[in-house]
Design a protein around this ligand. Structure first.
Ligand code: ARG
Length: 459
């Protein structure tokens, strides 16, 4: 082998170690379809502009069709010597169609080529991810609807706070994943712009029609500055940031599932196909899937740190540093897609234990605020009511019972205006029903949320 694409100037070949160190083909070959798509659009434009002949254009199309089928069938021979996906495909094309293949790279550099390929590839992945985020939301909506009326303790500081419905709790996650979906589509707009035509860094001397190529590739616009076009990877960073947020939401959900599954909570069961046993303890069912998702969140957030750090010291324009954008980006996409698929599936395998949830809500004085609100309605200032209820909670604690289990006569010692109807306020359902403000946990509000999300996802 001569030194391939830039041979004449070099007096010795690179060492094997350098070859391996600089090559990217074994990971960037997954960009092959984007690479061919971009090349075909570039060639068609060159032909339209009279830069290459119609015969060359036809030869390039014929050769690329062959390359494509070789890659699809697995017959294509990827060569480390040819460094990356771009040079591998171009070399095979030239082998197949001769001079026409050598003309493909007219007015183009690998710098604008690779930036285009990554954007095309990522755009497709974002569309898949957006679909998966919708699937997960639908699965959570089903779970929420099925258990809309189940009461559980809501927590702050992981201490029992106020009763909420399980449906309401699930709908909180639907909100998060809905924002994640929105964020992905927003990132997509900036991913979907065309660097091709920027050439190495400064533009090119051929009369390229970049707008036409952008349209041909379904892109929303052309990168307007050639230096910026080839060098920035902010679109990849932005995507990874959005992906990190998805994973953070998945991770919070995972943490809750793990807690709820533990014997101390006993709130839920997860279908056996998402749990694993222990090799020593026969009684075990471990929540491996949510635990791994929580762990993989660290990995994706790590990729975000990797990519953003990759960018920070680079002078304009292209630097080989950017070849390091691919593995973190690919792994982010793979991890995210697998995680979303498995969670959409797992949501359908969650069964709720309503009695355990209600028992837990009854244990932590979850309706103490309701007693305070009851007294406020009788005319007490809220701060005084708060103090009064603190005394009642203290008494209930010493009797080892819930507020609703204190006899009326005892409650009246804390305030004479307390009457029999206090027990409605002190019940879990009464507490729930009373929180009927927009976005609250009252069944009417939860039904409204469900309907709104159903309509949004059907549209
Ligand atoms: N494999 C390279 C990358 O991923 C392609 C661009 C190389 N350009 C160059 N001038 N060395 O970034």
């Amino acid at each position: 082998h001569k030194s391939e694409a830039w041979s004449a100037l070099f007096s010795e070949p690179v060492s094997d170690l350098v070859k391996r160190y600089t090559a990217s083909v074994f990971f960037d070959k997954r960009l092959w379809l984007a690479d061919i798509t971009g090349s075909l659009a570039h060639a068609a434009m060159l032909e339209r502009q009279g830069v290459i002949s119609a015969t060359d254009g036809a030869e390039i199309r014929r050769g690329m069709a062959q390359v494509r089928s070789e890659i699809e069938s697995g017959a294509f021979e990827w060569k480390l010597d040819l460094e990356d996906v771009h040079l591998n495909i171009e070399a095979r094309l030239t082998q197949l169609v001769g001079d026409a293949g050598k003309r493909l790279h007219t007015g183009r550099s690998r710098n604008d080529q690779v930036a285009t390929d990554v954007r095309l590839w990522l755009r497709g992945e974002i569309d898949l991810i957006a679909g998966l985020l919708e699937d997960l939301q639908k699965a959570l909506l089903d779970l929420a609807e099925k258990n809309a009326e189940v009461v559980m303790p809501g927590f702050t500081h992981l201490q029992v706070a106020q009763p909420v419905s399980f449906g309401h709790h699930m709908l909180a996650y639907v909100e998060m994943f809905a924002r994640d979906h929105e964020r992905m589509l927003d990132v997509r707009k900036r991913v979907n712009r065309l660097p091709l035509g920027a050439a190495a860094l400064a533009g090119t001397t051929y009369p390229l029609d970049r707008e036409w190529v952008a349209q041909e590739l379904g892109m929303e616009g052309v990168c307007q500055n050639s230096l910026d076009a080839v060098s920035d990877r902010d679109f990849a960073i932005e995507f990874t940031a959005a992906a990190s947020l998805v994973m953070v939401h998945v991770s919070r959900f995972s943490e809750e599932l793990i807690l709820w599954m533990s014997q101390n909570f006993g709130f839920i069961r997860i279908a056996d196909r998402f749990t694993t046993g222990s090799s020593i303890m026969p009684q075990k069912k471990n929540p491996d899937v949510p635990e791994l998702a929580r762990g993989k969140t660290g990995r994706v957030v790590g990729h975000l740190m990797g990519l953003i750090t990759l960018m920070k010291g680079q002078p304009l324009a292209y630097n080989k540093d950017n070849q390091e954008d691919k593995e973190p980006l690919f792994d982010t996409v793979d991890t995210l897609k697998d995680t979303l698929r498995i969670f959409a599936d797992m949501a359908g395998g969650i069964t709720v234990q309503p009695q355990a949830m209600e028992q837990a809500a009854l244990k932590g004085y979850a309706t103490a605020t309701d007693l305070a609100d009851y007294l406020v309605k009788k005319g007490l200032p809220f701060r005084d009511a708060h103090e009064t209820v603190a005394h009642a909670v203290k008494a209930a604690t010493s009797h080892n019972c819930d507020l609703s289990e204190l006899p009326l006569a005892v409650l009246q010692q804390f305030h004479p205006q307390i009457e029999k109807d206090v027990y409605d306020a002190l019940s879990l359902r009464g507490s729930l029903n009373a929180r009927n403000t927009l976005g609250g946990t009252a069944p009417a509000q939860v039904r409204a949320q469900l309907a709104r999300h159903r309509a949004r996802l059907a549209a």
